[in-house]
Ligand binder design. Structure first.
Ligand code: SAM
Ligand code: SF4
Ligand code: SF4
Length: 353
């Protein structure tokens, strides 16, 4: 794809940078770095029943209730985004299963013809009935977060009391009902759970799932992130290779993970090297927060809220232009490797994972 070079004009403080007419006319979500955005990560709540140490603080200040979008507004956003080429939707949060209208939302977006609809959850509330209902409604797959296999560690990492057994049961339920491939995410923190990376590989084989080990990113509420605490993908891979032989898989250009199979047994292991080997060049993602704030790049504080436009009855053409302008302003990348890297103010739970 070619990059359109024009000078950018800031319209006003609440509006995104203006995309050039050539970019608007193509009817797609293009950024100024030549990338097309096709993957929407939509947060349907910023509320959560966990307080994971790498994400939320113990004392959270949630978004005001009246600012959260309604199910009709989320559906409308997805419709407009699809008309601009979005074909992949990840429903996230906060903990999306706490969104009271989640069943209705899945039922409605499930009929829209998206190529892929996934849900990310901490697995604390997933029942077989819900999983079946969502599968029948059009949800394709779930990703479950699980940062330890040691029951004694679970409470300390999540600062909650949901049992590990519950979360592991939710992974098996998701597989059973066909919400697959089930992916399981673990954020690896030095001195906290990095002694478990080989155990996670064994877990992937035993449960025949895609286990993904994620580098800790500077998105924690406590602002405690330090480069030295990041266990790199390379380091994790070396540790696993002491016990398992891995075979590289061919990954798609927009893939966030570097994936491997095992020479023996099922399951896969993937490394999300967001810090040590950024995958920004192939990024096709944009995020929308639960209050309608459009955030084209996870790590850039450039963001614009579409809520008032939505609530003032703006036409779909106006909403499309808003999205196109916002995406045009997407940062080239996070710059975590630079000395002048400035971490974002917001946490992953607010932005949407
Ligand atoms: N509550 C759901 C969950 O935990 O799966 C969905 C939202 S959560 C914000 C989405 C993903 O972001 C989770 O897999 C979580 O591990 C990841 N995450 C949160 N903070 C992170 C951080 N500082 N670095 C890397 N990943 C993080
Ligand atoms: Fe909640 Fe997910 Fe953040 Fe943990 S990672 S605090 S479950 S939003
Ligand atoms: Fe995409 Fe921004 Fe994340 Fe890089 S930092 S992968 S550009 S969202």
């Amino acid at each position: 794809m070619s990059t359109v070079n024009v000078s950018l004009t800031l319209l006003d403080i609440d509006s995104p940078t203006s995309a050039p007419p050539e970019a608007l006319q193509v009817g797609k979500l293009l950024d100024s770095h030549g990338r097309q955005i096709k993957d929407l990560r939509l947060s349907v709540t910023d509320r959560c029943n966990f307080r994971c140490v790498y994400c939320m603080g113990p004392d959270v200040k949630y978004l005001p209730k009246m600012d959260l979008l309604t199910v009709d507004e989320y559906v409308h956003i997805v419709e407009v985004a699809m008309s601009l080429g979005i074909d992949k939707l990840r429903i996230t949060g906060g903990e999306p299963t706490l969104f009271p209208k989640l069943d209705e939302f899945i039922q409605r977006v499930g009929k829209m013809g998206l190529r892929d609809i996934a849900l990310t959850t901490n697995g604390s509330t997933l029942t077989r009935e819900k999983a079946r209902l969502w599968k029948d409604s059009g949800l394709h797959r779930v990703t479950v977060s699980l940062d330890t296999l040691k029951p004694s560690r679970k409470d300390a990492i999540t600062r909650s009391h949901t049992t590990l057994k519950n979360v592991i049961a939710s992974i098996d339920i998701a597989s059973d009902v066909g919400l697959s491939p089930v992916k399981v995410n673990a954020v690896i923190l030095r001195g906290v759970n990095d002694d478990e990376v080989a155990d996670f590989a064994q877990f992937a084989k035993d449960h025949e799932i895609d286990m993904r080990l994620i580098e800790f990113m500077a998105l924690d509420a406590g602002h405690t992130w330090k480069r030295e605490d990041v266990v790199t993908a390379n380091e994790m891979k070396h540790r696993i290779e002491k016990e398992h032989t891995l075979i590289k898989e061919g990954d798609s250009p927009s893939s966030t993970s570097m994936n491997y199979r095992f020479t023996s047994g099922g399951g896969r292991i993937g490394f999300i090297a967001s810090v040590s080997e950024s995958f920004c060049h192939g990024c096709d993602r944009m995020r929308i927060m639960a209050d309608g704030t459009v955030r084209p790049c996870l790590f850039s504080d450039d963001e614009w809220c579409i809520r008032s436009l939505l609530r003032s009855g703006a036409s779909d053409d106006k909403l499309r232009t808003f999205f196109q302008d916002a995406v045009w302003a997407k940062s080239a990348g996070h710059g975590m490797d630079r000395d002048d890297f400035k971490r974002p103010e917001k946490t992953m739970s607010t932005i949407g994972g």
